[in-house]
Design a binder for this molecule. Structure first.
Ligand code: ADP
Ligand code: ADP
Length: 234
C-alpha cells in the first residue's frame, strides 16, 4: 500500500549553510491492512517521511508509491485525488476553531463535493463512531484534548481513505487520554482494516498498537520488523 524505494531527501541550504540531509537510503514497505509505527527521536526524519507519503515533499531521489500510484510523479490534479485516499491526524489537531465539531467533519466532505444528504449521513456516522454525537454543536475550544483528537479522527476518515497517517497523534495528550485514543484507533483498524502509518517518539505507543515498526536515527532506518522481534527482551 505504501512503498518507499531508495529514498534520499536533502533540503536545500538556507542562507549559506550546508544542505540538510533528512533521509538517507530509506526503503520501506507497508502492506495493506498493517498498523506500522515509525519511531525515532526529534530530527530523525519521521516528519519528512510522512510528508513524502502525503506528497507534500518530493524525494531528492527514489520513489514513493501509495496505493499503486507514484505520488512524487503525479500532476497537481492527480495528486489532489490521491490525497483524498489519505487521512491524517495531527499532534495539535489542526481543527477549524470558528466551526463546530459537526462543521469540522462536514468540511472535508463539502470540499470533496458531496451532497447535503450524503454529508449529513456520513457526519453523523463518523461522530457516532468516535463517540462525539452529543458534542456535535460544540466548538473546539469547548472540548478536551481527547475530544479534539476524536474530531480529528472523524475528519480524517470522512472520505473513506485507504491510508491513515498519524503524526504524533497522542503526543499532546495525557497518558489516560492517550490510551483511549489508541484504543479508538485500534478499534477503527479492526473494523475497517485501514492501512495505518504512525510516527511517534514514544515507544509505549508503538508497543501498544503497532504490528510492525521501523526505528529511525539520523535520517536512516536502523532497524525494522515485527514489534515483538525488534523490541524483544534479551
Ligand atoms: P523528525 O520528524 O523525526 O523530528 P524531521 O523530518 O522533521 O525529523 O527532520 C529531519 C531533518 O531534516 C532534521 O535535521 C531537520 O532539521 C531537517 N529539516 C526538516 N524540515 C526541514 C526544512 N523544511 N528545511 C530544512 N531542513 C529541514
Ligand atoms: P440545512 O440543509 O438547512 O443546511 P443541515 O442538515 O445541513 O441543514 O444542518 C444544519 C446544521 O445542523 C448543520 O450545520 C449541522 O451543524 C447540524 N446538524 C445537521 N444534522 C445533524 C445531526 N444529525 N446531529 C447533529 N447536528 C446536525
Amino acid at each position: 500500500m505504501i512503498h518507499l524505494k531508495g529514498i534520499e531527501k536533502t533540503y536545500p541550504s538556507r542562507s549559506g549553510s550546508n544542505p540538510v540531509s533528512a533521509l538517507t537510503e530509506v526503503d520501506l514497505e507497508i502492506k495493506a491492512g498493517e498498523i506500522y509505527g515509525i519511531i525515532g527521536r526529534s530530527g530523525a526524519g519521521k516528519s519528512t517521511l510522512l510528508r513524502l507519503v502525503n506528497g507534500l515533499e518530493a524525494p531528492s531521489s527514489g520513489e514513493v508509491w501509495v496505493d499503486e500510484k507514484e505520488i512524487s510523479r503525479l500532476g497537481e490534479k492527480d495528486l489532489r485525488l490521491a490525497r483524498t485516499k489519505i487521512g491524517i491526524i495531527f499532534q495539535h489537531f489542526n481543527l477549524l476553531w470558528s466551526r463546530t465539531v459537526w462543521e469540522n467533519v462536514a468540511f472535508s466532505l463539502e470540499v470533496a463535493g458531496k451532497s447535503k444528504g450524503e454529508i449529513r449521513e456520513k457526519v453523523s456516522e463518523l461522530l457516532e463512531r468516535v463517540g462525539l454525537m452529543d458534542r456535535a454543536h460544540a466548538y473546539p475550544s469547548q472540548l478536551s484534548g481527547g475530544q479534539k483528537q476524536r474530531v480529528g479522527i472523524a475528519r480524517a476518515l470522512a472520505n473513506n481513505p485507504k491510508v491513515l497517517l498519524c503524526d504524533e497523534a497522542t503526543s499532546a495528550l495525557d497518558p489516560e487520554t492517550t490510551a483511549s485514543i489508541l484504543q479508538l484507533l485500534r478499534d477503527i483498524h479492526r473494523d475497517t482494516g485501514i492501512t495505518t502509518l504512525l510516527i511517534t517518539h514514544e515507544m509505549s505507543v508503538v508497543k501498544s498498537i503497532c504490528q510492525q515498526v521501523a526505528v529511525m536515527d539520523g535520517g536512516r532506518i536502523i532497524e525494522q520488523g515485527r514489534v515483538a522481534d525488534v523490541f524483544k527482551n534479551p
